[in-house]
Write a protein that binds this ligand. Sequence first.
Ligand SMILES: C[S@@+](CC[C@H](N)C(=O)[O-])C[C@H]1O[C@@H](n2cnc3c(N)ncnc32)[C@H](O)[C@@H]1O
Length: 276
Amino acid sequence: MFFQKVTIIKVRDFWDRRPCNIRHSNAKIGSKKYFDEVEKRKYFVEPHIPQFADFYRWKGKKVLEIGCGIGTDTINFARAGAFVTAVELSKKSLEIAKKRAKVFKFQSKIKFYLANAEELSTVVPVKPYDLIYSFGVIHHSPNPEKIINEIKKYCNVNTVVKVMIYYRYSWKVLWILFKYGKGAFWKLDRLIAENSEAATGSPVTYVFSKEEAIRLLNDFEIIDLKVDHIFPYIISDYIKYKYKIVWYFRILPKNIFRWLETNFGWHLLITAKLIG
Ligand SMILES: C[S@@+](CC[C@H](N)C(=O)[O-])C[C@H]1O[C@@H](n2cnc3c(N)ncnc32)[C@H](O)[C@@H]1O
C-alpha cells in the first residue's frame, strides 16, 4: 500500500503538532468552556457521529476506543455510563483527553493508554470488549490491516466493531483533486493525504472503496455500511467560527444535498462483528 513505508513517528509528530479538533474552540485549552465548545462544534458539523456511536446503547458496557484524539467521543461514552479504555498515539492529544476526563470527573470511568494501535496488544491488556470504536483513525496509520488484526484479539462473538474510514468515491476526494491537484489524478494518493485534514500535510491518509473496506474487514461480518458527511461550509468563515454554506450547496434542495452526502460523503461508517 502507498503509505506503508511512512514511520509511525512521522504520524505521531503530525498529530502532536496539531491534535484533531484542537481549534474547535478558542477558549483556554483544558477549561470546561473549551471542552463544551469543542463538543458543540464537532457534533454540529458532524451530526452523524452521535448517531453512529449511539453512546447510550453502551451504558454499563466495556468500550475500547482506538485513536481517541482529544476525547470528544470518549467523554460521551463515559457520560452515557460506559467503562472506556481509550488509546491514542499522540501524547499531546492524550494529555488533553486526560484533562477532559478530569474536568468532567470521569477519571474512574476511563483508562487511557499511549500506544500505537498497530501494536495494541503489547500495551493494552487483551480481553473482550462489548464495543470497539474507532472514528477516523485507521486510515491514518501506515498499516491499517495491522490495526484490524489487533482489534480481532479484543473481540468475542458478541463484540460490536464500529469504525469510520474515509471513502474513496467521495465529493471530498473530487474537490481535493480539482482544488489542489488541478486534476492531476496520478498524484491523487499524495494530494489526498496533504489536504485531508484541517492541518495540511498528513503523512498518511488512505481512502477506501466499499469493496476495499470489506476486504480490510475480511474476517468480519458487515452488519451495516453507510456513507455520510459532506462539509458544506466556507472554510475562511468556518475558521472564524461562522457557518456560511458555500453557494453551490446553498442552492441545492436539502433532500438532494442529503442524497449526495449518503452516496458521496467522506465517511464510510462500518458496523461489524468478528465471524465466530
Ligand atoms: C482524525 S483524528 C480522530 C480523533 C478522534 N477519533 C476524533 O474523532 O476526534 C486521528 C487520530 O488517530 C490517531 N492515530 C493515528 N494512527 C494511530 C495509531 N497507529 N495508533 C493510535 N492512534 C493513532 C492520531 O494520533 C489522531 O489523534
